[in-house]
Design a binder for this molecule. Structure first.
Ligand SMILES: Cc1cc2nc3c(=O)[nH]c(=O)nc-3n(C[C@H](O)[C@H](O)[C@H](O)COP(=O)(O)OP(=O)(O)OC[C@H]3O[C@@H](n4cnc5c(N)ncnc54)[C@H](O)[C@@H]3O)c2cc1C
Length: 498
């Protein structure tokens, strides 16, 4: 049953890393605005609370995954999940964000009315199933990019015959006892390369079973420059310096990967040769059939995966699964892997804007028929932005820029009396380029449900922090693609040149 509802200026959906960061920015940069955060789960932290598998950690450095406004002060730059969660919650506490969060509210629908100049938002209470209504002037999606209820698990023949446990890392059982057990981890992505070294010392044997290799690079778990500068500089100076150093390094590495893939392939191979045992078959296990950054590259801190592979109790198998058996996995090569526990580190199911059903003036929005504006708003959808981070660098770098842009946008609208801002794609043809240009399996499986991007600014997603910094922070807000209106003008059908 729908209840009487309240109105907030900005409604944030999601209390993860980006929702809490957004709330802090809103409080600082738009202090007069009212806001609330609706969060489907009973706790904050999103990804960093959901994932509980052994060794859970970032694969970016915390100097760039952390917020620009709150220095990361721990020693480890590649940090474990609980430390990241602690950092997010500490930020929320320090900025008084916690009291704005309403837990157990899954936002299911949002309807924009141009006559009222506001969104009607419907949230489902996860305890009672009751619907709650709220209105807001601006909707900000901080919902991450994947389904929380279900990770991606391909089905294999014979799965139901296996006598041991099959576990997806997104649903890790609280007290899983894997001591002395034979474990097979299926996958070659960030989760698999984290799990293997983390389980190696406790399990009897761990096999990483992959169909296709991934590019894997080792980075220092502790940033040597940060450690050196830390001897002379206070945190408030050290943090931005190391942040910028890491931004630039990751940009250079990405650009080299895209423009001179053979150079990057050589560098990665040399690193592998240094860290793997003599005679290890690098071509078979660590030479992907694609170029670096066609798919996300994996980082291992201090080469922990390679150290694990040197142990007798760990191996890596590159093969295809024929079927599961009662005792393990039969491979296409005919080999069999005995297992007590099989972990399907096979990925996520992507989901755009938390699965919200959107309508604009009673017309349903089909996201795949929209074009992303500056990688954060969508053509034809007024007063809505989404925190969508980088795929080739730390998520937060982009989200910080987006929320700062949103606060500028809100201030501009207030100053000029506008109630509605809508990106307008005016070409008769919709571009065909997908919003996310990675060719990873989890992207290809669902990219068709995401918006499109075009080949030029402001409709292109550059995945380039410096470029975005200039575009989102320093360029004028008003451009040909943004339409500013107010309800009175809307009624008379007038378009307002801003
Ligand atoms: C295992 C793992 C490791 C990662 N490591 C890195 C890394 O090292 N570096 C990096 O840059 N990125 C990494 N990522 C990506 C990571 O998700 C982001 O860095 C970051 O945590 C995203 O924060 P977020 O707040 O945008 O989304 P999330 O952390 O996904 O939080 C979204 C929140 O929104 C809530 N929500 C979603 N839909 C709704 C709805 N309809 N109604 C109400 N609430 C809703 C969810 O419950 C959740 O609390 C990793 C992801 C995973 C899964």
């Amino acid at each position: 049953m729908a209840h009487a509802h309240e109105h907030v200026d900005v409604l944030i959906v999601g209390a993860g890393l980006s929702g809490i960061g957004a709330a802090c920015h809103l409080q600082t940069d738009c202090s007069g605005k009212t806001y609330a955060i609706l969060e489907a789960r009973e706790t904050s932290g999103g990804t960093w609370d959901l994932f509980r598998y052994p060794g859970i950690r970032s694969d970016s450095d915390m100097f760039t995954l952390g917020y620009a406004f709150k220095p990361w002060t721990e020693e480890r730059a590649v940090a474990d999940g609980p430390s990241i969660l602690g950092y997010i919650r500490e930020t929320a506490r320090e900025h008084g964000v916690e009291r704005h969060i309403r837990y157990g509210r899954r936002v299911v629908r949002a309807s924009w009315s141009s006559t009222e100049g506001r969104w009607r938002v419907e949230a489902e209470r996860t305890d009672t199933g009751e619907r709650e209504l709220l209105t807001c002037s601006f909707l900000y999606g901080c919902t991450g990019y994947y389904r929380y209820d279900e990770g991606y698990s391909p089905s294999f023949d014979g799965m139901d015959t296996f006598n041991g446990q099959i576990i997806h890392p997104q649903h890790w059982p609280e007290n899983l006892d894997y001591a002395g057990k034979r474990v097979v981890v299926i996958g070659s992505g960030a989760t698999a390369v984290t799990l293997v070294p983390a389980m190696a010392d406790t399990a009897a044997h761990v096999t990483m079973l992959q169909r296709t290799p991934t590019y894997i690079v080792s980075l220092p778990g502790r940033d040597p420059i940060a450690q050196l500068l830390g001897k002379f500089l206070p945190q408030r100076l050290l943090y931005p310096i190391v942040r910028w150093k890491n931004v630039l390094l990751s940009m250079v590495s990405y650009q080299v990967s895209r423009k001179k893939p053979h150079v990057m392939k050589n560098l990665i191979r040399k690193g592998l040769q240094r860290q793997l045992p003599e005679g290890f078959d690098i071509d078979k296990h660590f030479k992907p059939p694609y170029d670096p950054w066609d798919q996300r590259m994996c980082v291992v801190p201090d080469g922990d995966l390679f150290d694990a592979i040197k142990k007798d109790s760990v191996d890596i198998v590159t093969d295809q699964i024929d079927c599961f058996t009662e005792t393990g996995i039969k491979l296409r090569s005919g080999k069999e892997l005995a297992a007590d526990i099989i972990i399907t580190a096979t990925g996520l199911n992507m989901l755009a804007i938390g699965g919200l059903a959107l309508t604009v003036d009673d017309k349903p929005v089909v996201l795949s028929e929209t074009v992303g504006y500056k990688g954060m708003m969508f053509s034809g959808v007024p007063n809505l932005a989404a925190a969508i981070g980088y795929t080739n660098a730390s998520w937060t770098l982009k989200c910080d820029l987006v929320i700062q842009y949103v606060t500028r946008l809100l201030a501009h609208m207030d100053a000029n009396g506008f109630k509605q801002v809508t990106p307008r794609w005016t070409d008769p043809e919709l571009p065909s380029t997908p919003f996310v240009d990675l060719k990873s399996g989890y992207v290809l499986r669902s990219v068709e449900d995401f918006p499109k991007q075009a080949s030029r600014e402001p409709w292109r997603l550059y995945q380039n922090y410096v470029r975005d910094l200039v575009m989102l922070r320093h360029r004028p807000l008003v451009d040909e693609a943004l339409e500013f209106t107010s309800p009175a003008m809307q009624r008379s059908g007038e378009r307002v040149p801003a």
